[in-house]
Design a protein around this ligand. Structure first.
Ligand code: ATP
Length: 263
């Protein structure tokens, strides 16, 4: 499988003084799969992703993307689209201007700009300044920037941040389409199980900097079902189901985001 790995890390470690942010992680993400990187706040997801992108230097261990080590020839970066926690759009430029800037930087086509605006539902906001967008739409803009140049690999830190339930479903569908139709490989992090459980082919669970479990989604789902059956009472299980049904009900009642504008 190593030959097919788009992302491969060995012994990846990051220490900040006494804090072991990431501890000896061996990660293998295969071509064309959606890999869900799941962990609670502070587990080490962002630190790992920053090391994958060469934004911070590991204390120990190695990263290879498309077989290339970080450092040296960085041409492989053109094949990667990424979103890391802080959105970095220019607040005084409009959505369209921000995307056009990114288009020129990455050599993407004008058609891809229109396509990204369409895919992320940003058409109604194309002429709005990025700094005036809602949190969810800022996130959509960051996602549009990440996929503008049709990358083969998307590395997304908490892509669902700030999105409403309908937005989460839209982004989920988008990532599924990109992976299914275009063979794009996706690594996405999340602290919400449901988010990766619906989408990821494989899930890696990170806790206190360590990769504690890694398995195909179905295998983890079966383990989770057994755990719930053995651990909770009937009333607790019913409550959990009700919450899930409430979310589905909400989605059925609300369409895509509609904004009222005054002339
Ligand atoms: P979240 O979901 O909250 O973003 P995360 O899983 O992305 O969490 P990280 O941001 O990677 O977690 O943080 C992992 C640990 O490393 C945390 O204990 C954090 O406080 C610590 N940490 C991260 N960056 C630094 C830094 N620059 N200096 C010191 N400690 C840091």
């Amino acid at each position: 499988m190593a030959g097919d790995a788009v992302i491969a890390t060995v012994g990846l470690t990051k220490r900040y003084g006494a804090i072991q942010a990431v501890d000896d992680i061996a990660l293998q993400v295969r071509r064309g799969e959606i890999y869900g990187f799941l962990g609670r706040n502070g587990a080490g997801k962002t630190t790992t992703i920053r090391m994958l992108l060469g934004l911070i230097r590991p204390t120990a261990g190695t990263v290879r993307i498309f077989g290339h080590p970080i450092g040296g020839d960085q041409r492989w970066l053109r094949r990667v689209g990424f979103l890391v926690e802080t959105a970095t759009a220019y607040p005084n430029l409009t959505v369209a201007e921000n995307l056009d800037l990114q288009r020129r930087l990455t050599g993407a086509t004008r058609a891809s700009l229109t396509d990204a605006i369409e895919r992320l539902g940003l058409a109604p906001y194309a002429d709005r300044r990025a700094g005036r967008l809602s949190l969810g739409n800022q996130q959509r803009l960051s996602l549009a920037r990440a996929l503008l140049h049709s990358p083969e690999l998307l590395i997304l830190d908490e892509p669902a941040n700030g999105l409403d339930p309908a937005g989460i479903v839209e982004v989920r569908e988008l990532l599924r389409t990109l992976a299914g139709d275009r063979g794009v490989t996706v690594l996405m992090s999340s602290h919400i199980l449901a988010e990766v459980a619906h989408l990821a082919d494989r899930i890696g669970i990170i806790d206190a900097g360590r990769l504690v479990e890694e398995a195909p989604r179905d295998v983890l789902a079966a383990r989770a079902r057994d755990y719930v059956r053995d651990t909770f009472t009937d009333a607790e299980r019913q409550e959990a189901l009700l919450t899930a049904d409430l979310e589905r009900y909400f989605l059925a009642q609300t369409g895509p985001e509609r904004t009222r504008t005054t002339p």
